[in-house]
Design a protein around this ligand. Structure first.
Ligand code: BES
Ligand code: MN
Ligand code: ZN
Length: 503
């Protein structure tokens, strides 16, 4: 569902004169204001200090107290928002605080939020600005687009970052707003049910996005072209479904980009994963509409990179299909030939993500990707290992993995390394073919999958992000800038990665 983007500005106006529906200040442990809030409270006869003393305003991360001004300030209200202990304030805490304020103001009825940044915090000003923008924009996401009645939240119209130095981060704040907006568009796609978001519809969306952003080009392959090109793994997964597969390719080729580097983005887009003949249990199977979260992140991530006009060449390859059982479905025991000629014995049709990615990785290399990162809701095992906050990160190149880790940390799309030692190569051995797609060893399932992908990643640097736990939440994380459902994981990471590479 499309929203008007939030207007993001900066202002050096004295805080007492800032005009807004609400001006947000921080409450830190043990229940005290930061310097900006304390200075404002002087104009409010110390009412904030009284409320703190009475325990009505709290430092607990995300707690919000609203206090009306009586014409003493330009702002109509103060939001005093808890962020925990001052020396532990990081971007995650600020995102949560900003999201809480945005949600409260949304309930009241929209308008303008002013946020004080700077204010003696150790966190660099630019990171404060980005976190406040992220938290505010992500909090406006509404998953209830299919409700025919019930209240629509009144939209926020403007976010003003305030403080003497705020203007120095104006450009970064505006960029963060663009990226957060694409993150919400990613969430739209991931939350969309599989009867609406078919591979065809995803391809159409990618084409529309390409037409709306400069220097972005879209190419779509249908079933005959997929089969004809030799993508036997993607074709096999797709053959059980009545809806056609698509291979979606987006190329971003801006003028002035260096030509020794072409970023390759590969994303798994299983629009619904039933498991196929190796059928999944029915409990919570509806969540498998989100098995295209990697593909959605890649489509909207390259769009964000292009919308920012970053001077970097990039190519996105997204294999999109359903994984269904049926009379035409691929079977356990089948042996497939992938695009690079390698053969795969199928031992579990539910290990389909690695199959569609195999062909897409080879295709991305052939199209000239020098540095590849793939995103995929690939294994339940990564949810067991890392839960819902860190994606699993594996790859073949230390330097490249370092870049991904840095982008992950900077963006708030967190990632944690898992080892990819050569000894794991024995896991994927098959008696009949070059490899098999799963094993009955209940060991290191996420590493197994990554080691399988490595067979198709080609020569250059490649990194794999297993986002099964982070792309779509089974339940809220309590951080307020995400909720149960789609998170848009990867969009902010990919934009941060591209920014690092052009710096
Ligand atoms: N899409 C699933 C992985 C998944 C699980 C994503 C839970 C999000 C939440 C993937 O295709 C899958 O089914 N993986 C299997 C692999 C197994 C058969 C080797 C799994 O993890 O159980
Ligand atoms: Mn599966
Ligand atoms: Zn899957």
């Amino acid at each position: 569902m499309r929203r008007e983007p939030l207007q993001i500005t900066t202002s050096g106006t004295p805080l007492t004169q800032v005009e807004a529906d609400v001006l947000a200040v921080l409450v830190v442990e043990p229940g005290r204001l930061t310097p900006a809030g304390a200075a404002l409270d002087a104009s409010l006869d110390g009412r904030l200090a009284h409320l703190l003393a009475d325990g009505e305003l709290k430092a607990t991360t995300g707690s919000v107290g609203l206090v009306h001004t009586r014409g003493e300030l330009g702002a109509h209200r103060i939001a005093a928002v808890g962020v925990g202990s001052e020396d532990a304030i990081d971007a995650d805490a600020l995102r949560t605080a900003a999201a809480r304020v945005a949600a409260r103001i949304g309930e009241i009825g929209g308008g303008t939020i002013a946020w004080v940044i700077g204010d003696g915090l150790a966190l660099p000003l630019v990171e404060q600005g980005r976190a406040v923008v992220d938290g505010t924009v992500l909090a406006t996401y509404d998953p209830g687009a299919w409700k025919t009645h019930g209240e629509r939240r009144a939209p926020l119209t403007q976010l003003i970052l305030c403080g003497p130095e705020a203007a120095s981060v104006a450009e970064e704040a505006e960029w963060a707003g663009v990226v957060a907006d694409w993150t919400n568009r990613c969430r739209d796609l991931v939350d969309m049910p599989a009867n609406e978001l078919t591979p065809t519809r995803l391809a159409e969306t990618a084409a529309e996005i390409a037409a709306s952003v400069p220097h972005l080009r879209c190419e779509i392959l249908g079933p005959e072209e997929i089969r004809g090109a030799g993508m036997g793994a993607l074709a096999a997964v797709a053959q059980g479904s009545a809806t056609e597969p698509r291979l979606i390719v987006l190329e971003y080729d801006p003028p002035g980009a260096r030509d020794d580097l072409r970023l390759g983005l590969v994303g798994k887009a299983i629009t619904f994963d039933t498991g196929g003949i190796s059928l999944k249990p029915s409990a919570r199977m509806e969540e498998m509409k989100s098995d295209m979260a990697g593909g959605a992140a890649v489509v909207t991530g390259i769009a964000a990179i292009a919308a920012l006009g970053l001077p970097i060449r990039a190519i996105a390859v997204v294999p999109a299909t359903e994984n269904m059982p049926g009379g035409r479905a691929y079977r356990p025991g089948d042996i497939l030939t992938a695009l690079n000629g390698k053969t795969i014995e199928i031992t579990n049709t539910d290990a389909e993500g690695r199959l569609v990615l195999a062909d897409a990785l080879v295709d991305a290399r052939r199209r000239g990707a020098t540095h590849i990162v793939d995103l995929a809701t690939l294994t339940g095992a990564v949810v067991i290992a890392l839960g819902d906050f860190y994606a699993g990160l594996m790859g073949n190149d230390e330097g490249w993995l370092g870049e991904i880790e840095a982008a992950a940390a900077a963006s708030g799309d967190h990632a944690w390394r898992l080892p990819l030692h050569e000894t794991y190569a024995r896991y994927i051995k098959s008696i009949y073919a070059d490899m098999k797609n799963s094993s009955d060893l209940r060991q290191a399932g996420s590493i197994y999958a990554a080691r399988f992908l490595q067979e198709f990643a080609g020569e250059g640097p490649w990194a794999h992000l297993d986002i099964a736990g982070t792309g779509y939440l089974e339940r809220s994380r309590g951080d307020y800038y995400t909720a149960k459902g789609a998170t848009g994981y990867g969009v902010r990471l990919l934009a941060a990665l591209a920014e690092r590479l052009v710096r």
